[in-house]
Design a protein around this ligand. Sequence first.
Ligand SMILES: [Mn+2]
Length: 357
Amino acid sequence: MKMTFRWFGSKSDTVTLKQIRQIPGMTGIMGFLDYKKAGEVWERDEIKPYVAEVHAAGLECEVIESVNVHEDIKMGVPARDVHISNYIETIRNLAGFGVKVIVYNFMPVFDWLRTDLARVIEEDGSNSLYFDEKDLGTMGPLEIVAKTSRDSGGFSLPGWEPERLAELEKTLERYKTVTAEDLLRNYKYFIDALVPVCEEAGVVMACHPDDPAWPIFGLPRIAHTLEGFDKIIALNDSPAHSLCLCTGSLASNRDNDVPAIVRHFGRKGRVACMHIRNVKHLGHRHFRESSHLSADGDLDMYAVVKAMSDTCPNVYVRPDHGRMIWDEAGRPGYGLYDRALGAAYLNGLWEAVNKCV
Ligand SMILES: [Mn+2]
């Protein structure tokens, strides 16, 4: 397990690299250029200073997240070829600076979705991201976008890039004829083009699950169950086509047995990295993000870490979204304190699991 932390860059993050470095066991960051639009090339002179800053703080930068896939690729229209060649250029540029894993997702239009970014937890006065599908029934896609950007506190949110959402109505309309089968076929076209470049450059592509883990707004979604990921993995046999298993995304759907999913793909050698967080179910398709502790949510974190230790012990891990605690102000889900507590807890589980053999 290589413990890492998501970092949005010194201009955009409330958390500093020095603070991250001081968390026990922290070896690196999962990086992100939050101003890049889907389809744009990540240029060498943009990557270089970011990576240099991380290295100067004594941390590694071997994982990059949210290199977003343009909708034309997901929809499979002819314009996809330009975007795919841009994506390949980005892979080569990132590899040139030591990046080994690129995390992305293949969700149409919407990335992760919540109905409240700061729902107060009555028991202790902290707050966290929250989802209730009943609220979506009255909200509609355009309203949820407006609400999310209103509630973001002025912070950029990964997956909620304004220019991507500006065209929302048009994009939703274009997806009306795209089925899950089409999406899978378009995915194959994309990953088949990337894999030879990844193999040559020593980069692994890691697909992140749909979040929440079911289809929304009638859009096709294919990456949220064990069976769905089996189909995705079968698109290309290369180990360069891998997964980023996000426990909180997967566990939003109670039908998913997350430790079993980790074991299944760990044994196949198709887990490149993991995001670890916990969720507390409040009803059907109704949950909030809890602290990482097993007792605070519905995920058995010991079982998750044990599955990882048994089947994919060398993966990159980061504590995912935390609650906002101790009056911290910052980007929803990405404060320092609760994620640092999450890292400490995961390190403890890791030590216990590996000494108890
Ligand atoms: Mn995640």
